[in-house]
Design a protein around this ligand. Sequence first.
Ligand SMILES: O=C(CO)COP(=O)(O)O
Length: 250
Amino acid sequence: MGRIALIAANWKMYKTPAEAKAFTDAFLPLVAGHTRDQIALFPSVTSLATVVEAVKGSNVAAGLQNMHFAEEGAYTGETSALMLKAVGATHTLIGHSERRQYFAETDEIVNKKLHTALRHGIVPVVCIGEVLAEREAGLTADVLKTQITGAFAGITAEAATPIVIAYEPVWAIGTGKTATPEMAVEAHKIIRAEVAKLLGSGIAVNVRILYGGSVKPENASALLNEEEIDGALVGGASLKPDSFAAIVKY
Ligand SMILES: O=C(CO)COP(=O)(O)O
């Protein structure tokens, strides 16, 4: 299909700058020359500059786990698009389920952040996914459609090209319970069809949809060899250079 996979590490609230540097020192040689997939690291805010510096000139990109939608202002504790860019980062996660769950992020906030990222030329990885109760109630498709529609409000096809989507079923995050490749493919197809409805088939065939939720070296190839799955967003198994490198090389 021609979509280049993106394999991304979400380090969540782990790793000091020194630990981040130790990771890149070990990791970069393991993936040097790997051009089949794109690779990105999402460290904490305080390690971002260290990681950007370490990956300069390599095949690895760096981004934030969260970004505010405002250009600047009285938003204590937040980080702006301009700050992200000034450090030299290129990507941001938006709407991770932990942001939604613990920091009350709504589809409306996700939408504002998506507009801001695109305006500033930052590659946004928009995270969506159902919780267990929603899956068990047969609501997965509805939830995904609502999240996509909300996130993409007011986004035009012209602006949408850089967008990456991450499907992360919440019940699979940090639980060791991975969605089967069949479950992930089914969800990705629902998401792609919704993108086609909103932005046209040109965007839908090209948009990359990553899977996230207990991706490990042992299950990466079964998931990533599916044509519908255009990469992975990896939490726990991305914290160690050898395990993340093994996933990159699925
Ligand atoms: O939330 C995730 C990535 O954003 C997934 O986390 P785990 O890989 O630890 O399940």
